[in-house]
Design a protein around this ligand. Structure first.
Ligand SMILES: [Zn+2]
Length: 415
């Protein structure tokens, strides 16, 4: 396989190490094989394709821990799109979205739920090289309890009830086993109500019995899968953390009790500001149903407060946007960094949440760091993202994207 070398880069490697100007990085057979100062005689540059970074910053490829590849965020009735169109169409749409995110610098993505297994199909397509996009982890179809978030069984216009909703410990176990059998890497449970499906339940309440959540984690663990829980309110967050899920998504209406539970169990928080702010805008513009709009308007103001409580308590934060929900844009994932920093996170910590930190959460030991032995996944950026994280959200300044040692995107002005 080819050798790729990037020279004259300012390397920020994804760890706590200081940025290193004047660095050369060599990748071979998909992995980083050498990192050192420019001009070092030991650099294995024979037969290498050499890219001159000309002082630009080289970072590990970015990772988004929460997207919905198959959703169409531009359609006002996104549940119709998600449920009524052919699953094959959802797979094509998702493959298109995957490529947009790769072009924006994201070389790893966790898809947290589709209707139908289109996301599992996309993963196989990516793994086989049939389509271009980030490395993908996916949960297949999310799991909810009867009557919970995303249970569409009562919507007459929805043609299919794809076994999304279950009841009882046995139902939960069956659902987990079936997801894993069909190819899910993660199990996603919807612990509380959610913005897009409203419903009659109190927004913060946990809709699952404790034994059901515990059964989900136990059955997943047995099959080598970790669990991600969607939860907005404190009761749902506490129940999910106590049950042993690995990540809790959104955490928009937390209190100190909820944050303490997460800190105690080492549960990671995936904030998804991008989606919360998008649905807030959609609600203000009158583009959501009344129940969804009310939900979106309630969580909006409390979200940053919840996040700050978690930061102060030392809860692990993982980068995730929830792109796919209405009003979001695939490829704008990096705008999340600006909100994280505005909400109180240090820029380097926000970047680690999308690189080495995200890799730890995913259980991808070769991702998230640029160093020998790691995957050759990297982004070349025009400017210092530690001084201004907004650079990452500006496509014109993301000059190259490298995945598996291959130059996937090259937008350097002179090239
Ligand atoms: Zn989501």
């Amino acid at each position: 396989m080819a050798t790729l070398a990037i020279r004259s880069a300012t390397l920020w490697d994804g760890t706590h190490a200081d940025p290193r100007p004047g660095t050369t990085v060599v990748m071979r057979d998909g992995d980083v094989t050498w990192v050192g100062p420019d001009g070092a005689p030991s650099a294995p540059l024979a037969d290498a394709q050499v890219i001159d970074a000309d002082g630009r910053w080289l970072l590990p490829g970015l990772i988004d821990l929460h997207v919905h590849l198959t959703f169409d965020p531009r359609d006002p009735d996104f549940l119709r799109v998600a449920t009524q169109l052919p699953v094959a169409e959802a797979a094509f749409r998702g493959a298109h979205h995957a490529r947009l995110m790769l072009e924006a610098g994201f070389t790893g993505v966790r898809d947290l739920g589709a209707f139908g297994d289109a996301n599992v199909a996309i993963k196989r397509a990516l793994d086989n090289g049939w389509v271009r996009g980030p490395r993908l982890a996916t949960c297949g179809v999310f799991i909810t309890v009867r009557g919970g978030h995303a249970d569409l069984a009562l919507r007459r216009e929805v043609a299919i009830d794809q076994g999304i909703a279950v009841s009882g410990v046995e139902g939960v176990r069956e659902a987990v086993r079936s997801r894993a059998h069909r190819g899910a890497d993660w199990i996603k449970v919807l612990a509380t109500a959610g913005v897009m499906t409203g419903g009659g339940a109190p927004m913060g309440a946990c809709l699952w019995e404790d034994d059901e959540l515990v059964a989900a984690v136990q059955a997943s663990t047995r099959l080598g899968r970790k669990v991600a829980a969607h939860a907005h309110g404190a009761d749902g967050i506490v129940a999910a953390a106590n049950a042993g899920v690995a990540t809790i998504e959104h955490v928009t209406m937390a209190d100190t009790r909820a944050i303490d539970a997460m800190a105690h169990h080492g549960t990671a928080l995936i904030p998804t500001f991008s989606a919360a702010e998008a649905v807030y805008r959609e609600a203000q513009a009158g583009r959501l149903s009344p129940s969804s709009a009310a939900f979106a308007m309630t969580i909006g103001p409390r979200h940053r407060e919840s996040f700050k409580l978690a930061l102060d308590a030392g809860v692990t934060i993982g980068f995730g946007t929830d792109i796919g929900v209405p009003g979001t844009t695939f490829g704008d994932n990096a705008a999340e960094f600006q909100t994280m920093v505005a909400a109180g996170m240090a820029p380097a910590a926000a970047l680690r949440a999308a690189t080495s930190g995200a890799a730890t959460i995913l259980g991808w030991p070769k991702a998230g760091i640029v160093a020998p032995g790691y995957w050759g996944d990297a982004v070349l950026v025009d400017g210092d993202p530690l001084a201004d994280v907004g650079i990452l959200a500006n496509r014109a300044r993301v000059h190259a994207v490298i995945k598996g040692g291959v130059l996937e995107v090259d937008r350097r002005p002179e090239s």
